[in-house]
Design a protein around this ligand. Structure first.
Ligand SMILES: Cc1ncc(COP(=O)(O)O)c(C=O)c1O
Length: 379
């Protein structure tokens, strides 16, 4: 339907082969492919990183909080500009979510100074999201968390392969949570991963991902175990073998796909940089961090008709999106959140995400940018 969609899978025969291999093996639920995916993902992130694959990124975040005992009476600070999963998981643990503002119109990551301002006696954890794939100010954030004894969780859904001072995102806090949803840099349809340098935490999370059971179905199938015990209350947040097999193939493609994404972002910036009505965040790639190039968002000036632009692009077959609507305006959260944020709320109202995926052609970027320029001169 779209001439230029917002995102597109970079799948080929390798993913097809991986799936048929699993089908031929006749074992579908978490097993050897899942164990291999966890191992390879950990190796990719760095030495001493342990991983637990789960059913999706939201499950990863939920388990990250539950496994650290966060619940009723606690507060968790999240970014004011993130996907609602960060907010929902905090709510569902019984803790109170508190939003911190982002840094500026040029850097949409959470402001470490605002995190510090929002800390109370009840604060137990901070969830930071490396928005669009750009790593947050992790030195400052880690310092604030260390000083106040807070658990630091990275929502790394946007940032597989992104680096902060030569260290991969997802290894910079107490644990990292990845999503492998279709539109992500590493796509398995649904899927997620929790990562940590703490093997005991990952051991506990692995139990909690599967009802708290001491053995998995595969262990019983392969005769390693006859029954099981329950050592902690858990859920069913398991991934399956098809998704893990897809993840293994996608992981091999991740670095080259991210490099391509960064090249395409540079092309976008070249085409858009002279336009006064647009601000491009992270326009000058900061030297100490490498983006995964997950999405390409732009900020429109206050007077620009955003809906008009989105419709104009749609009429030309170009799909756009909004990352993200203001969380304190969602019907459910309007009253209970009620935490206005000077910068994040403005970005939510004025931002547009443009198409970005490894197979996007430079000529398509030129077309998108020309349509934007045409709209802005006419309106
Ligand atoms: C920033 C962020 N956090 C969390 C999630 C949740 O991941 P999932 O959709 O895999 O549950 C997403 C995915 O959409 C996301 O973009």
């Amino acid at each position: 339907m779209w001439k230029i969609p917002l995102f597109d899978l970079n799948y080929d025969a390798r993913e097809q082969e991986a799936v048929s291999e699993v089908l031929k093996s006749k074992w579908l639920s978490a097993g050897e492919k899942t164990a291999a995916f966890e191992k390879e993902f950990g190796k990719y992130l760095g030495i001493g990183i342990h991983c637990c694959a789960v059913s999706n990124g939201t499950a990863a975040l939920h388990l990250a909080l539950l496994s650290q005992g966060i619940g009723l009476g606690d507060e968790v600070i999240i970014s004011g500009l993130t996907f609602v999963a960060d907010l929902n998981v905090v709510m569902l643990t019984g803790a109170r979510p508190v939003t911190a503002d982002i840094k500026s119109f040029d850097d949409w990551n959470v402001d470490p100074r605002d995190i510090e301002k929002k800390i109370t006696k009840k604060t137990k954890a901070v969830i930071v999201v490396h928005y669009a794939g750009w790593p947050c100010d992790m030195d400052e954030i880690r310092e604030v968390c260390k000083k106040n004894r807070l658990i630091l969780i990275e929502d790394a859904a946007h940032s597989p392969g992104a680096e902060y001072k030569h260290q991969k995102c997802g290894t910079l806090g107490d644990c990292g949570c990845f999503s492998f949803f279709s539109n992500k840099n590493l796509s398995t349809g649904e899927g997620g991963m929790i990562t940590s340098g703490n093997p005991d935490l990952i051991r506990k999370i692995k139990l909690m991902r599967s009802h708290g059971m001491t053995s998995m179905t595969i262990d019983r199938h392969q005769g390693r175990s006859i029954s099981y015990d329950i050592v902690v209350p858990g859920l069913n947040y398991r991934i399956d073998e098809i998704k893990s097999a897809l993840g293994l193939v996608q992981l091999k493609k991740l670095n080259s796909a991210n490099t391509r994404r960064r090249q395409l972002i540079r092309i976008y910036i070249e085409h858009l940089k002279g336009i006064n009505a647009i601000t491009i965040p992270w326009k000058t790639f900061p030297g100490d961090r490498i983006t995964s190039g997950h999405i390409f968002p732009i900020l429109l000036d206050a007077g620009v008709d955003r809906l008009g632009l989105i419709q104009a692009l749609k009429s030309k077959g170009i799909q756009t999106s909004i990352h993200y609507p203001a969380m304190n305006e969602f019907e459910y959260y309007r009253k209970i959140l009620n935490q206005p944020l000077a910068t994040a709320d403005q970005v939510s109202k004025r931002m547009v995400t443009l198409p970005l995926y490894p197979d996007l052609a430079p000529e398509q970027i030129e077309t998108i940018c020309n349509e934007i320029k045409f709209f802005l001169t006419q309106n």
